[in-house]
Structure formats: C-alpha cells, structure tokens
Design a binder for this molecule. Structure first.
Ligand code: PLP
Length: 429
C-alpha cells in the first residue's frame, strides 16, 4: 500500500495522530480514499472496496448519488451560507414533520453531537430539573456532558446492574458527571431503581432506541413500552438519539419501527445522505421552550443552505421511494446476515449476527445473544478487529467493531461478492 503508507507518514507530521477523528484510528495505516461512488470506495493505491461503513452511516443512498450531487452543486451557485432564513429549511422541516412521529417542531444543527447537546439542554430547561439518565454503551456525541461510559474498560465500570460513570477522555471534569445517572440498558428493574433513587430530579432519559454503538441491539418491546410509561408517570422527557437509526431502520426512524414516540428525537447522518446536517425534533409542547426563548439554541451554520439542499433531495427520495428502498435494504442486509451465519457454521467458527438488516453487527462469539453493553464487550471484540483487517484485504470495508451499514446503492451482486470475500477472510482467521 505504497501511496497510502506515504500519505499516512506525511499526515502524521501535520495532523495529530494522522487522523481527523479518533473513530478512524486503526492499528496500521488507515484507509486513504481517492473517491467513492455508489456502494464502492477506491483507495489511493487503486484498490476498490465494497463499502459498508458509508461514512459511519450517512451515505444511505450510496456515495455521491446524482440527486445529492446536483442539489449541492446548484445551491453552491445560489450562495453557500446566509445565516438567514430560506425556503429550503422550511421544506426540510415539513418533510421531517411528515416522516417522523415526534417531529411536531424542529431546529437544525450541523452534527449529531450538537443536536444531542441541544436536546439535553432543552430537557433540563423545559422541566427545570437537573439530571439525565444515560445508559452504559450508548453514545451521544463527543461533548463533555455525555462522553461517559460509552465503551468503559470493564475493570473500571463497576457491577453490571449498578455501573459507575467512567469518563471517555482526559480533560473531562468529574463534576460533569454529577448530573448524569447511569443505568444498564434493556434492564427494567435497574431502570426503575435508578428512577426511584432520583425521583423528581430527572429531566430526561436519553437512549439510542436501537443500540448501534455497542452492537446492533433492538430492545425488548416490553422494556421500551415500560420506559415510555415511567417517563410519562414521572414527568420525565424521553429522548431518542436517532443519529444512526433515523431515516435508516424505517423512514421515520426507530420510533416508527418500534412504535414508541419519544418527546424529543435527535437526527443526523442519513438525514442528508452525507452532508452535515443534524436536527432536534420534538413535541410542540416541549419545543415551546425554544419558541419562547426560555432555552437558547444557536449556530452560525444552522440550516446551512447547501446542506439543507442536500437534505431536501435525500429526504424526498427516501420518503417518496420508501416502499422500494427500505424493504430492499432490509432484504439485502438479511441475505448478508444469513449468508455470513451459514459460512461461519460451515467453517466451524462461532459467530453471532444481529440487527435489522439496514444495519447489523457481527460478533465472533459463541454467545447465543447480546442484549447490552456488558455482553457486547465480552463478545470477541479483538477477533472482530482482526477480521476487519482481513476483510479489507479482500476488498470489504466494515466498521472495525463489526458493524455493517447497507445503502440503497448495494445490490445482489455486492452481496454475492461480499459473501465470497467473507468466507475467504473467515477461513484465514
Ligand atoms: N449520537 C449517536 C447515536 C451517534 O452514533 C453519533 C455519532 O456517531 C452521534 C450522536 C454524534 O454525531 P456526530 O459525530 O455527527 O457529532
């Protein structure tokens, strides 16, 4: 990988660690992409990859779909940024309102971390309460108040049923955890106990409704319904962080698929097919705290015209072709999931595959099921990292922890080629 290695050496002299996000750190030379189109990436050494990372999820129509490229190019000539109101933001907001159950009113930001931050401020400002319940293994962006116990080392994380908050980075202050209440996810008893312990102090419960940062786990139906009910009973706002699941697991996100409507939803990634847009979407009664100015929300680039033009084009396709796109993505994902399970069984390699098809997680483990962070952490993560390297050699790019994203650009031919490559890689483990 002559050109990639040379670029990595050059990068390390000017970019801290050689990469621009810690999520892109790899044991060796990271992927240096030359260009991407449809379901494929090409690196600077001329290798091509079937891509299941899709920019960590956003490229739901595949890379550089014509509708997105045209919309962005056209808007560039009408002005890149105004920091003023425009028609496109209204059209995108209207589309969100019609697609997403909780989206009675919306506000836009640029990235998921910002919108998640805004959601917690809104919940605290609206309820006048300080605390937020967060779940172990869930990620809500890289900002200090939420970067706790995402992937904590197990020797620091405390007992499974009463986990302790572990900062995700040097530089976070212990007091930033003071108003977080940590609970194990998908465990109703532990959740009920946490609520009872802090009764009257909790503004919000925030979760990834399908956990995608520690596996690809759909919660038990009864659990989610009970959490919704307890939040209602206790005057607590339920926040779904749908930065990954939004516009991916269903047109209206996990809240549509799981039929539980939160008070606030946070969206990003797939919403604009790869352009930088995020959204805070909530019930009108809650968003009233922004309407009235009680809770502040701002940003120079909010409703950025170019990004909004991208979002409008992508959402129009996702909405209007929903009956084709979502079942097909799920069908192809399930073909991969079943195919991989079959290959592993044939090779005698213990493997578990979980997910909705639109996204899924592979584990090299003999565990029959993974239901929460602790089980995810125990399920063969070093082996998965090894498989990631072997798959890259075979021209397949998955998220290193074993997560796979599908797009509307993937085809049966991609699935066939991926399964051949998967068998080759797995037999070399
Ligand atoms: N929330 C979830 C569930 C995410 O997966 C991510 C990013 O991966 C974020 C929030 C943060 O989004 P961003 O990286 O755009 O700031």
């Amino acid at each position: 990988m002559e050109h990639s290695d040379a670029l990595y050496a050059r990068a390390r002299a000017v970019i801290a660690g050689g990469v621009s996000s810690d999520a892109r750190r790899l044991p060796g030379t990271p992927l240096y992409v030359d260009h991407a189109s449809g379901s494929r990436l090409w690196d600077v050494d001329g290798n091509s990859y079937i891509d299941y990372v899709l920019g960590q999820g956003p490229a739901i129509l595949g890379h550089s779909p014509a509708a997105l490229a045209d919309a962005v190019a056209a808007q560039m000539r009408r002005g890149v940024t105004y920091s003023a109101q425009h028609l496109t933001e209204i059209e995108v907001a209207e589309r969100l309102q019609s697609m997403v159950p909780c989206a009675e009113l919306v506000r836009f930001n640029s990235v998921g971390s910002e919108a998640a931050h805004a959601a917690l401020r809104l919940a605290r400002g609206h309820t006048g309460r300080p605390k937020v319940v967060k779940f172990e293994g869930h990620y809500h962006g890289w900002f200090d108040p939420v970067l706790f116990s995402v992937h904590p080392p197990l020797d620091q994380a405390g007992p499974a049923e009463r986990p302790v908050l572990v900062p995700g980075s040097g530089g976070q202050l212990p007091e930033q955890a003071a108003d977080l209440v940590l609970a194990p996810w998908n465990d109703l008893e532990a959740f009920t106990a946490a609520i009872a312990q802090h009764r009257g102090e909790i503004a919000a419960v925030v979760m990834e409704p399908v956990l995608c940062n520690s596996g690809a786990i759909t919660p038990d139906d009864a659990y989610l319904a009970a959490v919704r009910q307890i939040c209602d009973d206790e005057g607590i706002l339920l926040i779904f962080d749908e930065v990954i699941t939004g516009f991916r697991v269903a047109p209206g996100g996990a809240q549509e698929r799981l039929r539980i409507t939160p008070d606030i939803g946070v969206f990003g990634k797939a919403m604009a097919g790869g352009m930088q847009v995020s959204a805070l979407a909530g019930k009108a009664e809650v968003m009233e705290s922004i309407v009235s100015g009680k809770v502040s929300h701002a940003g120079t680039f909010n409703s950025h015209p170019v990004a909004m033009a991208g979002a409008r084009a992508v959402l129009e396709i996702l909405d209007e072709k929903r009956d084709d796109i979502y079942p097909e993505m799920e069908r192809l994902g399930r073909r991969l999931m079943d195919g991989m399970s079959g290959i592993a069984a044939r090779l005698g390699v213990p493997m578990l595959v979980q997910g909705t098809g639109h996204l899924f997680q592979t584990y090299l483990t003999d565990a029959p099921d993974v239901r929460n962070y602790r089980e995810f952490a125990a399920a063969g993560r070093p082996a998965m990292a090894r498989l990631h390297g072997l798959l890259l050699d075979e021209g397949i790019n998955m998220v290193p922890r074993g997560l796979w994203f599908l797009s509307a650009a993937h085809t049966d031919d991609d699935v066939d080629a991926t399964l051949v490559a998967f068998e080759n890689a797995l037999s070399r483990m």
